[in-house]
Write a new protein. Structure first.
Length: 550
């Protein structure tokens, strides 16, 4: 098959790479592509908003299937134009793409179909807008102002005082800086964010792996909103909520499009906030996320082309979605100054000798065989490993190696898991004691710890939790007492929340055995093997999640 991919970002590069692995794929064109996509296929110089140009190209070159990456062509009706000419294409039609194109339309859809979202008003009237912003600021410390159009992630303002609020409201409603002169003003939702992406057609909805975006330009979520500075998958905070997400968000979404007789075939990408009051929708996007896609496609083992074709033919029910357990991290290298003004045209070097990472291009181009910067977000560095710890190391090592003037990246992409250990009495773990005896290992050389990984608590709360769980046992933030090199950590039953005193947090308990240096290598390996056997018979699994230890 001949495939046309519309777009020029790292998301399209990632889609292209994945599609190229399909046995059905013979040739890929990118319109317009970038300095990296030319290696996967052929770049053609047509803008994503040039609908006539894209149709003419597809007809002339007998394209079998077209995939639309970004939102602009969807909102202009590219899918309608293609389908009306009998050309096959992946993505929602214009009417359905309004779920992203108009925040007011999306909010109305959520309210009508009982999908939880923050309280809001939509208005074009400045006084009414100011009054509602004031009301929200009186009720809580912040309010959210959103221009009602497509603004590449830059039309959302979180304000904590009325004078800032008024400034943005005037820019949107009076000066018209963001296109349409209409705003959504919304209550500020407190919690943790996640990105949920699903394939959907008119009968079926199927979730892709969870991920988490980092939207702000600076570390610790400071500074302006961007298109996204990095992602990771899985979003470990979201794991306790998967069933709720199906029931409260995805199923009502499918019922909603059916009730509204909205023809929706493509992907729905839902921005969510998990709050103390439950899961709430922040926004809909009717396309793959960037940089979410770079992470999640590396967890998909199924044939992406087959999935997309089946979705576009309303046969998603027949498609197989198979995922792997890898931990994937995507780190964006950007041009200094992004998301505001930045310079382009700097040579990119040291990009070819990298080990253990994939590089997807975004704002790059080839000038006389020289790779140069050509946009705000320049490259996505993607590391795919068995643990986040390793993925983070690999991605950051590559980010340091790659060189271009003004290279900027966040230094804190990845799950912020914190960890403490509580020393347990070996006598409470009969099976382990027996194993030690069987392997002739001196019990005094082994210690058992409960290890707790948590996210979403501040330092004080973390300490309180540790105290509560430890009672009068010894606890540690770092397991230096024994030789960490020889610590083998196996997660036993993963039980969330039950032991937590705090709402809305992630907590994972694992059992850790640490051996002193005197246990020799062979004994150690035998013990590890024997332990694996115990685990396979229980609820345990090899620990793959935790990550950054702080
Ligand atoms: P949106 O384009 O609507 O997803 O907004 C962009 C970003 O602004 C989101 O990813 C959130 O980080 C933040 N945001 C949007 N709406 C809210 C809200 N109601 N409460 C808190 N943060 C929000
Ligand atoms: N990463 C956010 C987006 O694609 O809109």
């Amino acid at each position: 098959m001949k495939i046309l991919i519309v777009g020029s970002g790292a998301r399209e590069h990632a889609i292209g790479e994945k599609i190229s692995q399909s046995p059905m794929c013979d040739k890929i064109y990118f319109a317009p592509g970038n300095g990296g996509t030319g290696k996967v296929g052929e770049n053609v110089d047509i803008k994503v908003t040039d609908l006539d140009g894209l149709v003419a190209f597809a007809e002339k070159n007998k394209i079998d299937f077209t995939i639309v990456g970004p939102e602009d062509p969807l909102n202009l009706g590219l899918v309608d134009v293609f389908e009306d000419k009998g050309l096959k294409i992946f993505g929602p039609r214009k009417e359905s793409a309004r779920l992203e194109g108009s925040k007011a339309f999306a909010k109305d859809f959520m309210v009508r179909h009982n999908i939880a979202t923050g309280q809001y008003i939509e208005t074009s009237n400045l006084n009414q807008a100011i009054d509602f912003t004031k009301k929200l600021l009186d009720e809580s410390s912040k309010a959210v102002i959103k221009a009602d159009g497509l603004c590449a992630g830059k039309g959302v303002f979180i304000v904590d005082n009325l004078s800032d609020g008024e400034k943005y409201l005037r820019r949107i409603l009076k000066t018209g800086d963001y296109g349409i002169k209409k705003v959504i003003i919304e209550e500020f939702l407190e919690g943790f964010e996640m990105s949920l992406i699903a394939f959907v057609d008119n009968h079926t909805i199927k979730m892709l792996p969870t991920s988490k975006d980092h939207k702000n330009i600076f570390d610790k979520d400071q500074g302006l909103n961007t298109g996204g500075m990095g992602t990771y998958s899985p979003n470990i905070q979201a794991s306790p909520y998967l069933a709720d997400l199906e029931e409260e968000i995805l199923n009502p979404f499918l019922k909603g499009i059916q009730a509204d007789k909205m023809d929706f075939r493509g992907v729905i990408f839902i921005g969510l906030m998990i709050t103390a009051d439950g899961i709430k929708v922040l926004e809909f996007n009717t396309r793959f996320g960037d940089p979410e896609t770079q992470s999640i496609l590396n967890r998909l083992d199924s044939d992406l082309l087959d999935l997309m074709i089946k979705t576009s033919e309303d046969k998603l029910a027949e498609a197989d979605l198979v995922f792997n357990d890898k931990k994937v991290l995507t780190l964006i290298l950007a041009s200094a100054g992004y998301p505001e003004s930045y310079k382009k045209g700097y040579e990119i070097s040291n990009i070819h000798q990298l080990e253990g990472v994939k590089i997807y291009h975004a704002g790059t181009k080839l000038e006389d065989d020289k790779l140069v910067t050509a946009g705000g977000r320049v490259l996505s560095v993607v590391a795919i490993e068995d643990s986040f710890e390793e993925a983070i190391n690999k991605a950051y090592k590559a980010a340091e190696t790659i060189d271009f003037e003004g290279k900027y990246y966040r230094t804190d992409i990845g799950p912020q898991v914190q960890r403490f250990y509580i020393e347990e009495d070996l006598g409470d773990f009969e099976e382990i004691e027996k194993l030690l005896e069987k392997n002739n290992i001196d019990k005094s050389k082994i210690k058992v710890y409960s290890r707790y990984d948590y996210e979403n608590l501040n330092q004080e709360e973390g300490k309180d939790l540790c105290k509560t769980l430890a009672g009068n046992k010894k606890s540690f933030y770092n397991l230096k007492a024994f030789d960490l090199q020889k610590t083998f950590e196996k997660a036993l039953v993963v039980d969330l929340e039950k032991e937590a005193e705090f709402e809305n947090m992630y907590l994972e308990k694992s059992l850790v055995l640490a051996s002193s240096k005197e246990v020799n290598k062979n004994d150690f390996i035998n013990l590890k093997r024997a332990l694996l056997e115990i685990l396979q018979g229980s609820d345990g699994k090899l620990l793959g999640v935790p990550t950054k230890i702080s």
